[in-house]
Design a protein. Structure first.
Length: 186
């Protein structure tokens, strides 16, 4: 399936996207794999990923949070949609594997999907029940989020496939009430 939409991402860097190989292991990539970018389909989903990443369980800890929340407009031509159990079954993925603390199944599926030419995968968020994340494979370059017109805030379309209209929407952290909704690692 194709995906076109607004995505959200948190990070602690001055740029939202990168083109370098990964230097650590993640759910959908292993060390030194090509660039893998993780985004959520909502700002709450992105902040939940941050809370889970740092293992924050005390709402007071969020008072010190100073991270960027980025919004990007993304178009991908070939995305695997693994957001429901039927899709997982068709791909031979066991129930719960996409949100498990063990990332091995996702990493293997990532290698398979990349070989098949997929640009990314839609998958359930491990951090926030009911939320969806998009994993984007390949380098991306942020370009300015320039509205189409004064009445249409959608960004102008990019020229290159790697270009991603992006803007920083917040610096800080989520509302403290999010902590109780986040599914922490076991």
């Amino acid at each position: 399936m194709a995906f076109t939409g607004t995505v959200w991402r948190w990070n602690s860097y001055d740029v939202a996207w990168w083109a370098d190989r990964n230097h650590s292991v993640g759910r959908w990539h292993d060390e030194h794999s090509p660039p893998t970018q993780y985004v959520a389909l909502s700002p709450t989903g992105a902040w939940a990923e941050m809370v889970r990443f740092f293992g924050i369980t005390d709402p007071e800890d969020l008072l010190e949070a100073r991270h960027n929340l980025w919004r990007g407009r993304l178009r991908l031509d070939h995305v695997a949609d693994l957001t429901d159990s039927d899709a997982c079954e068709r791909h031979g993925l066991p129930p719960g594997a996409l949100t498990a603390d063990d990332h091995g199944t996702c990493q293997l599926e990532s290698h398979r999907l990349r070989r098949l030419g997929f640009d990314g995968v839609l998958a359930p968020s491990a951090a926030l029940s009911g939320a969806t994340n998009l994993v984007v494979w390949g380098a991306r370059r942020p370009i300015a989020w320039v509205p189409l017109s004064p009445t249409d805030p959608s960004p102008r379309p990019p020229v290159l496939p790697s270009d991603l209209p992006t803007e920083r929407t917040a610096v800080g952290g989520p509302a403290s009430s999010l902590v109780d909704r986040v599914v922490q690692r076991t």
